[in-house]
Design a protein around this ligand. Structure first.
Ligand SMILES: O=C(O)CCC(=O)C(=O)O
Ligand SMILES: [Fe+2]
Length: 200
């Protein structure tokens, strides 16, 4: 796991609003986290959209299954403490006032997708930075499953596709980039979450 370069990552996030970081985890670490997911596979549930009264499950919008992780969940790779260090770096370098993070494992079944969306909930904008860490083995371009990041607000606007190679970490400002998950021809896994400010 890369434990340096966090300051440079903060700078890129400040300059560009996003950061693609291939090789954040080694393939061996990816395998270990996949095993952690497998051990918890029975406890995953269909992901929803919105929160509290607005919460709903809608498989026409997203088709993944998730397992929320406690911040001290015992995993084979200390990824949660690395994310905690990243949170602290973003605070000290960028004054983002990130109070905490939330994270879940996600599994998209074959053909699964998540339609274009913004990660902030309409009534509670506490999500500041989104992170997605891919946990796939031997992913190829033709397997699909790209994360499509829209670079401006318009439907016709340009986008950037990220192939979900195992070990790649993606970070972006949650209120800036709409994005979607393109269907894949195989199961697609990740650890996804958000650095958040405290609700006012
Ligand atoms: O898995 C991805 O690439 C992105 C997932 C996502 O957009 C989300 O969970 O909000
Ligand atoms: Fe998202």
């Amino acid at each position: 796991m890369l434990l340096n370069g966090f300051s440079a990552a903060a700078q890129t996030l400040a300059d560009e609003g996003k950061l693609i970081w291939p090789g954040f985890l080694s393939q061996d670490e990816v395998r270990q986290l996949r095993a952690d997911m497998d051990a918890r596979r029975d406890t995953f549930h269909a992901a929803g959209i919105g929160r509290e009264q607005g919460y709903q499950r809608d498989t026409s919008i997203r088709g993944d299954e998730v397992l929320w992780l406690e911040n001290d969940a015992p995993l084979s790779v200390p990824i949660l403490s690395a994310l905690e260090n990243l949170r602290q770096t973003f605070n000290s370098e960028l004054y983002l006032g990130l109070a905490e993070f939330e994270a879940h494992f996600a599994v998209y079944p074959l053909g699964g997708f998540y339609k274009r969306h913004l990660d902030q909930h309409r009534n509670r904008d506490t999500r500041v930075v989104t992170f997605v860490l891919y946990l796939n083995e031997d992913w190829h371009e033709q397997d699909g499953g790209q994360l499509r990041i829209y670079l401006d607000g318009t439907q016709s606007g340009a986008w950037q596709d990220v192939t979900p190679h195992g070990g790649t970490l993606v970070l972006f400002l949650s209120d800036r980039f709409e994005h979607e998950v393109i269907p894949a021809t195989r199961e697609r896994r990740s650890l996804t979450g958000w650095f958040r400010r405290r609700a006012l």
